[in-house]
Design a protein around this ligand. Structure first.
Ligand code: TRP
Ligand code: SF4
Length: 530
């Protein structure tokens, strides 16, 4: 979920327009392929493609709806989201919301993990229930770590999380292996997922071990765990490599639902694509219906056929067929409840509960006096009353991976490329001092052309961490750099000094929260150790 072993190698185009706000990049350009692989060493070299190909949305677009946006959001470090609006709304309006992320304890926590720690803590401070978990099953199965190693690293992650301000009394810490509820939920969710699907999503094959697959359903259960007591908007802050997990979790959440709620215009069932076609025909009823108050299915079919002819695609064709078969039935907008996983009792109870005019069919009920929102609400309530979970699809936010200090990607296996939160502060200082920069060959050129802050790992340190909440400061560094007033030597000296101070301070705080950690419920020693 973090920049662990993966890095952002994106580079901006020369002369590309810079947004007025403080950004860490100039917008990533390039034609590289994007691969989202949770266990691979893929790098994300083109964030824009994530929007286009994977349907991740830009955080910038919803920033105004977020209460006191975190500096990582303001600076575009947290750049993308899936369906974050319900979480933002809940935090703004004082409703229930939750945040959850997980950490594979494979090494020392580093400044990439700090981004996620900060995201969890910030949501907690905005009023969300906060959860942080140690993905020990995943580390054991997918990375082959022993329980001893896992325990050692887990402790370090937890100390840093607490030192940065996580409130364990309000929030919950757990490890996958000892959370019985997570295990039980994972098992239930596993019923809705099959091997072909995991194969398609993760590239699993005949050699993939079963425990690795189990760690996937465990993560699905992690993601839905905050909703076990009660459905609520939940955000999962992660790196974009975890997006396949988020998409699967959203799918499973909806597959677990007892009822689906959709719009419909006639008694037949339609796919979403067919529904669009039918909706369009309904909107155009004035154009073809003998009586526009009662447009007939057959009239709509005819109109669609003449309007689009043969080149409308298969959804058009099948929609026309369905409309033709419905004949003289009038087109009439309605809200439909589909029976997905409900037992008979729950379905009967739903039928009973629908108010106003309704029609009952084999696998669905149509309601003519219910708004979509009310219908969703009713469906969820009935599901909860009849033993279902009523999950809302979980949301996510995605942060950029940090560039390694040595250029290339930030990797746990290259110590000089990253700064561990456990690094001796002097070593931290030295690593920053020897980092690559976006500077020019000579000071003279730098004064003349300005530095390339958008390509500079040192600038990233300021924007992601060292400037903290101080946008003015981050912007000043940026402007001075690109304006040629700032030279790399001094700039690195300042950053190195700030890094040293951060590490000293952080490590002091880690020592102070030792007792706090002992008081939490999380098992610091795995019962599986031998
Ligand atoms: N798979 C994540 C990683 O590779 C760890 C993880 C496990 C996780 N469960 C999670 C992340 C739930 C977010 C939410 O680091
Ligand atoms: Fe990077 Fe600072 Fe040099 Fe600019 S002046 S290129 S921000 S090190």
């Amino acid at each position: 979920m973090t920049g662990d072993d993966r890095g952002d190698t994106s580079r901006s185009e020369p002369g590309e327009e810079r947004p007025a706000s403080v950004r860490t990049d100039g917008g990533a350009a390039g034609a590289d392929d994007v691969a989202l692989d949770p266990w691979g060493s893929s790098t994300v070299s083109d964030y824009r493609k994530l929007f286009e190909e994977f349907g991740i949305e830009e955080v910038e677009q919803i920033l105004e709806e977020v209460p006191n946006p975190h500096y990582l959001m303001r600076r575009g470090v947290i750049f993308g989201h899936r369906d974050y609006r319900p979480v933002a709304d809940a935090m703004r309006e004082g409703g229930d919301a939750a945040v959850l992320s997980g950490f594979m304890p494979t090494g020392d926590p580093h400044i990439g993990h700090k981004l996620v720690f900060d995201e969890i803590i910030w949501h907690q401070r905005q009023g969300a229930e906060a959860y942080a978990l140690i993905a020990d099953l995943e580390a054991h199965s997918a990375r082959g770590l022993s329980w001893e190693e896992i325990d050692e690293h887990a402790r370090d992650y937890l100390l840093s999380l607490l030192a940065l301000g996580f409130d364990p009394e309000e929030g919950e810490l757990y490890r996958q292996s000892t959370n019985r509820e997570v295990q039980d939920l994972a098992f239930e969710l596993g019923i809705e997922a099959n091997f072909s699907e995991l194969q398609a999503i993760y590239g699993f094959d005949g050699e993939t071990d079963v425990s690795h697959m189990q760690s996937v359903v465990t993560q699905m259960a992690d993601i839905l765990y905050p909703q076990l007591e009660e459905p609520k908007p939940t955000v999962i802050p992660v790196g974009p490599d975890q997006d396949p997990h988020v998409r699967l979790a959203r799918d499973l959440a909806s597959r677990m639902r007892y009822f689906g709620v959709t719009e419909a215009y006639a008694s037949f069932e339609a796919t979403p694509a067919e529904l669009e076609v039918v909706a369009e025909a309904y909107e155009a009823r004035e154009e073809y219906a003998e009586d526009p108050d009662v447009p007939r299915c057959t009239e709509a079919a005819e109109w669609l056929a003449t309007e689009y002819g043969d080149d409308g695609g298969s959804a058009l064709e099948s929609a026309i067929t369905k409309l033709e078969n419905a004949g003289m039935e009038p087109l009439r907008p309605r809200t439909r409840f589909l029976d997905r996983r409900a037992d008979e009792e729950a379905f009967e109870a739903l039928i009973e509960a629908v108010e106003g005019e309704k029609r009952v069919f084999e696998g669905h009920v149509d309601a003519f006096d219910l708004e979509r929102g009310e219908a969703e609400e009713l469906a969820r309530q009935l599901e909860l009353d009849h033993g279902g979970y009523g999950f809302l699809p979980p949301s996510s936010i995605y942060h950029r991976f940090m560039t390694g200090l040595t250029g290339g990607k930030m990797s746990s296996s290259i110590p000089a490329s990253h700064i561990s939160l456990l690094d001796d502060p002097e070593d931290g200082y030295d690593k920053v001092k020897s980092a690559t920069t976006g500077g020019r060959e000579t000071a003279e050129k730098q004064r003349e052309l300005g530095g390339r802050a958008d390509e500079c790992p040192v600038y990233e340190l300021y924007a992601y961490l060292l400037a903290g909440d101080d946008d003015e400061f981050a912007k000043r560094v940026y402007d001075e750099c690109v304006g040629g007033e700032r030279l790399c030597g001094d700039c690195k000296e300042q950053a190195a000094q700030l890094m040293k101070e951060f590490l000293v301070d952080h490590q002091e705080k880690r020592a102070e929260v030792e007792d706090l950690l002992e008081e939490t419920d999380i098992e610091l020693e795995s019962p599986r150790r031998r």
